[in-house]
Design a protein around this ligand. Structure first.
Ligand SMILES: [Zn+2]
Length: 115
């Protein structure tokens, strides 16, 4: 799986939810799923430490996959940086399972997709 955070060239991690800088990501395991949160820390006007967590999504979307069982594609959250590469590989596997069906799909999208 890919790294857990987006880091700019200056080393600042920007939250995709609120667009503010965050300190680190937190990983939570619940019912066999892994969920990620961006942790924002700051001092308020009284000098009190404040914490805000932004939900970044699950590592893999199990429920989404259930309705795509025929394709066997694993759907990932924001924290999986190479998810698009993984989608392409999963789709390639799906297209190669039934060549005739796969070639038909490829022909129909060839005119629409320009890399
Ligand atoms: Zn945030």
């Amino acid at each position: 799986m890919g790294a857990m955070s987006r880091t700019s060239s200056l080393g600042v991690k920007t939250c995709p939810r609120c667009n503010k800088e965050y300190k680190y990501t937190e990983k939570r395991r619940y019912a066999k799923q892994t969920y990620y949160y961006a942790i924002h820390l700051w001092m308020d006007e009284t000098g009190k430490k404040r914490v805000h967590k932004c939900y970044l999504g699950a590592e893999t979307y199990i429920y989404v996959k259930r309705v795509h069982m025929d394709s066997n594609i694993n759907f990932h959250g924001y924290t999986v940086e190479d998810r698009y590469k993984q989608y392409i590989k999963d789709i390639n596997d799906y297209l190669n399972r039934d060549k005739t069906h796969g070639e038909k799909i490829v022909r129909s999208v060839k005119t629409e997709i320009k890399p």
